[in-house]
Design a protein around this ligand. Structure first.
Ligand code: ARG
Length: 466
């Protein structure tokens, strides 16, 4: 903020006011400190509006041309950082228009014909959120490729699969990575879906009721890349579903990233040693020289807090607002800006971390064999080979696990004779299913962890992503 001219009448709406606003009124009212981020969208919207006003004969071609040229000058001033933003002018819309007036004079005053800041901010913000959907999608594609590279490299690598964070059954690293691929793929479709619904132009709804001027809303909608104009002017100026849907999709995506980040924090600990994070994505301790901390993963784990916070905040702002525009809605932008920035940073950090990540194959395989992880394979073998009901097989296996536990050994280390003391039908063939590699190789059901299935899914995803 550069200019804080106080107690001066607002030239945009001050006609009926005898005095300018109190400094505190100005402070609570102004949004220029953050909505300057909408400058490019605001100017694009104004250019489309001016071109339409000329095409419909509402303003002259020469005024439209002056406005067009002037807006380009304003844009370049903003881009090069020479633009003087003014708090007294409240927001980006009035800052741009006031500067346009300084540059081109009288025709600037014709730009706001058949328009209100209510439809103006709605169209600007929609375009900004729409751009973010595209940026997030590109970041998700990059991260998906990083996950797929990990999945492909570790299609055969065995690791423990967990439920309740207790070792459950052996799985493959590739399969685990593909679980995140599925999540991130759904995230993409959520943003794409939201983008389709948001792509209607509010411009031309004017303050709330439409306008008596013969505007062409199709023309501005098309010029700004919208599929169509929004069909109800009241809804057009008061709707913020597009921002809420973006935040919803962002919250779910951030939750996914948080889960993967949590796994990386656990896996990189000395107790697990499943992975080694690169120095580039770790930090040291100022007091403990030996420490290498997974700070990037921890911060990604935490970002969901502010992104979900933004979502709750905007829902709370919108809840109970009567139609149509209320100034409460000015509180929509900072939350969305912060959530979008946080998500983009988290996606980039996760991408970098995964690309640099080293999986410790030996530690993963050793851990995969702990906790009697192939007990289910043993029970399944009893069902298949001895035709036992699964419940009985489960019971026999439980007895064998108890026996192994008492001896402090794993299931494959139990002598056959001892197994036969629990069930006489058990043969040496059982040992084939007790090894972790055989265990994962046998899980060939669709969507299962077998390397052959993992490779199929990797191929499918590569084709999808192109
Ligand atoms: N700065 C305002 C916002 O972000 C722009 C719309 C103002 N409209 C109004 N009628 N005061 O919501």
């Amino acid at each position: 903020m550069t200019d804080d001219s106080q107690n001066v009448q607002n030239t945009m709406w001050g006609g009926r006011f005898a005095a300018g606003p109190d400094a505190i009124m100005e402070a609570i009212n102004a949004s220029i400190g953050f909505d300057k981020r909408l400058a490019a969208q605001d100017i694009a919207g104004s250019r489309a509006h001016a071109a339409m006003l000329a095409a419909t004969g509402i303003i002259t071609d020469s005024d439209a041309e002056a406005i067009r040229e002037g807006l380009l000058t304003v844009l370049s001033e903003i881009e090069t950082g020479t633009f003087q933003f003014s708090t007294a002018l409240e927001d980006i819309h009035m800052n741009v228009e006031a500067r346009l007036k300084e540059i081109i004079g009288e025709p600037a005053g014709r730009l706001h014909t058949a328009r209100s800041r209510n439809d103006q901010v709605a169209v600007d913000f929609r375009m900004w959120v729409r751009d973010q959907c595209d940026a997030v999608d590109a970041a998700l594609v990059r991260l998906l490729h990083a996950c797929l590279a990990q999945a492909e490299a570790g299609a055969d690598r065995v690791m423990p699969g967990f439920t309740h964070l207790q070792v459950a059954q052996p799985v493959t690293w590739g399969h685990h990575m593909l679980a995140y691929v599925e999540m991130l793929g759904r995230d993409r479709s959520r943003f794409a879906d939201a983008r389709i619904r948001m792509n209607e132009s509010p411009l031309g709804a004017a303050a709330l009721a439409g306008t008596s001027f013969p505007i062409d809303r199709q023309m501005t909608a098309q010029a700004l890349g919208f599929d169509r104009p929004a069909a109800n002017s009241l809804d057009a100026v008061s709707d913020r579903d597009f921002a809420l849907e973006f935040l919803g999709a962002a919250s779910i995506c951030a939750m996914h990233l948080s889960r993967l980040a949590e796994e990386l924090v656990i896996w990189s600990s000395a107790q697990f040693r499943f992975v080694t994070l690169s120095d580039r994505y770790s930090t040291g301790s100022s007091i403990m020289p030996q420490k290498k901390n997974p700070d990037a993963a921890e911060l990604i784990r935490a970002k969901i807090g502010r992104i979900l916070g933004a979502t709750v905040s905007l829902f709370t702002v919108m809840k109970g607002l009567p139609l149509t525009y209320s100034k409460d809605m000015q509180e929509d932008k900072e939350q969305v800006f912060d959530a979008a920035d946080s998500l983009m940073l988290a996606l980039a950090a996760m991408d970098g971390m995964l690309r640099d990540l080293t999986a410790n194959t030996a530690a993963l395989e050793a851990a995969a064999a702990t906790g009697f992880s192939t007990a289910t394979d043993l029970a399944d073998w009893l069902v298949r080979s001895l035709n036992l009901p699964f419940r009985e097989a489960h019971h026999i296996t439980g007895a064998l696990v108890a026996m192994a536990e008492a001896r402090g050994c794993d299931l494959p280390e139990l002598p056959l004779a001892d197994m036969q003391s629990v069930h006489g039908g058990i043969t040496g063939a059982v040992f084939d299913v007790l090894g972790v590699h055989n265990s994962v190789a046998s899980r060939t059901s669709y969507g299962g962890t077998a390397p052959v299935r993992v490779r199929e899914q990797v191929a499918r995803w590569k084709e999808t992503l192109g």
